[in-house]
Design a protein around this ligand. Structure first.
Ligand SMILES: Nc1nc2c(ncn2[C@@H]2O[C@H](COP(=O)(O)OP(=O)(O)O)[C@@H](O)[C@H]2O)c(=O)[nH]1
Ligand SMILES: [Mg+2]
Length: 216
């Protein structure tokens, strides 16, 4: 289904224009022809659609990873201009926090985040209820969040692993976020390096997505 005018346009335009036109044409076909059928037969009830998550115009995601107490939350608070996230020297919180734009500051539970079809997080529900307890969203009226969303993570735990055992598969969740992120910043504090097996497994999750990795 390629109308003649689109083919003429492709012949005369630059690569970026062709890419944008093709994406918007595929999206239009999806929205006009496929999405109504999905809705009519309640396709999402038995099979969440991968395409709707990727075709909807989602904002770029920047993921923050690294050891506990490396300064991830402090750095995000700095970007936001005020203290939205809890920070401190001890690994007392174990939350994945999605920071999005909102007209006023508010929190969103993991369950609401994963049930909203307008957001690209529905498939996170597959990691189970225990994980959803550790997932939260916050909306912040910061201007730069109009173009980008951030994800803060609990951080890898080497020495205190048995004290803060996790009731979900941290590495699989990390891989899920790495696959969807556009940029991944791994923060370290060189004065408290605690590198071990968990950090090594975390880096293994980058397989195929190494180009997104930046170490700070
Ligand atoms: N000296 C110093 N301390 C920092 C810096 N960034 C964060 N901290 C402190 O390091 C501790 C851990 O920071 P936090 O942002 O909670 O780390 P996270 O676990 O990676 O989110 C807090 O007590 C911060 O005040 C920094 O650039 N320099
Ligand atoms: Mg933190």
């Amino acid at each position: 289904r390629c109308p003649l005018d689109l083919r003429v346009y492709i012949a005369e335009s630059t690569w970026q224009e062709q890419f944008n036109t093709t994406c918007s044409e595929i999206k239009r076909i999806y929205e006009d022809s496929i999405e109504p059928v999905e809705k009519r037969y309640q396709y999402e009830l038995f099979k969440p659609t991968y395409f709707s998550d990727t075709l909807k115009p989602n904002k770029p995601l920047v993921l923050f990873l690294g050891p506990f107490s490396a300064g991830k939350s402090t750095f995000i608070n700095y970007l936001l201009g005020h203290d939205c996230l809890w920070t401190g020297p001890q690994p007392t919180t174990d939350k994945f926090t999605i920071i999005m734009h909102g007209t006023e500051e508010s929190k969103i539970s993991g369950r609401i985040l994963t049930s909203n079809p307008e957001l690209p997080f529905r498939r996170l529900a597959e990691f189970g209820n225990q994980f959803l307890e550790t997932l939260e969203g916050i909306q912040v009226p910061a201007d730069f969040l109009k173009n980008i969303s951030l994800i803060d993570t609990p951080g890898v735990l080497e020495s205190a692993r048995e004290v803060h055992s996790r009731a979900y598969d941290y590495m699989k969740v990390t891989r899920w976020f790495i696959e969807r992120a556009d940029l991944v910043l791994v923060l370290f504090d060189l004065s408290k390096l605690d590198a071990g097996m968990e950090l090594r497994s975390m880096f293994q999750q980058f397989k195929g997505h190494e180009s997104k990795l930046r170490m700070v």
